[in-house]
Design a protein around this ligand. Structure first.
Ligand SMILES: [Cu+2]
Length: 115
């Protein structure tokens, strides 16, 4: 009787093992979660840097309208992506930039250069 129960337990585990093998495909789908089920193109904008907070990796920018995402001109704080060199940013600098949505869904600056 013990042998039969053991066999049943092994059989019960096998379907779970098969599902584990499909986790790669599932993680691919999780990247598509959210409003846009497509690879989002970078959104480009221009503006002027008002202030720079390198410690917090944030800059305050007065930007021109960004029609691609329906934004009017405004002054706002942006988080700045890893890899952006803050040494190249200074208050008063006219800049062009690209935005990308972070995992929280909020747009952040992905690239920025003076213009
Ligand atoms: Cu804005």
């Amino acid at each position: 009787m013990k042998t039969i129960l053991f066999t049943a337990a092994v059989l019960a585990v096998q379907p779970a093992a098969a599902m584990a093998g499909s986790s790669h495909a599932m993680s691919d789908h999780s990247k598509m979660a959210g409003a846009a089920h497509r690879e989002e193109a970078a959104v480009a904008g221009t503006g002027t840097v008002n202030s720079v907070d390198a410690d917090a990796r944030k800059i305050n920018v007065t930007h021109e309208p960004i029609p691609a995402i329906g934004w009017p001109a405004m002054t706002m704080d942006f988080a700045v992506a890893e890899g952006v060199d803050f040494a190249a940013l200074e208050a008063g600098a006219p800049v062009s930039f690209t935005l990308k949505r972070g995992v929280d869904g909020i747009y952040m600056i992905e690239t920025v250069q003076s213009r």
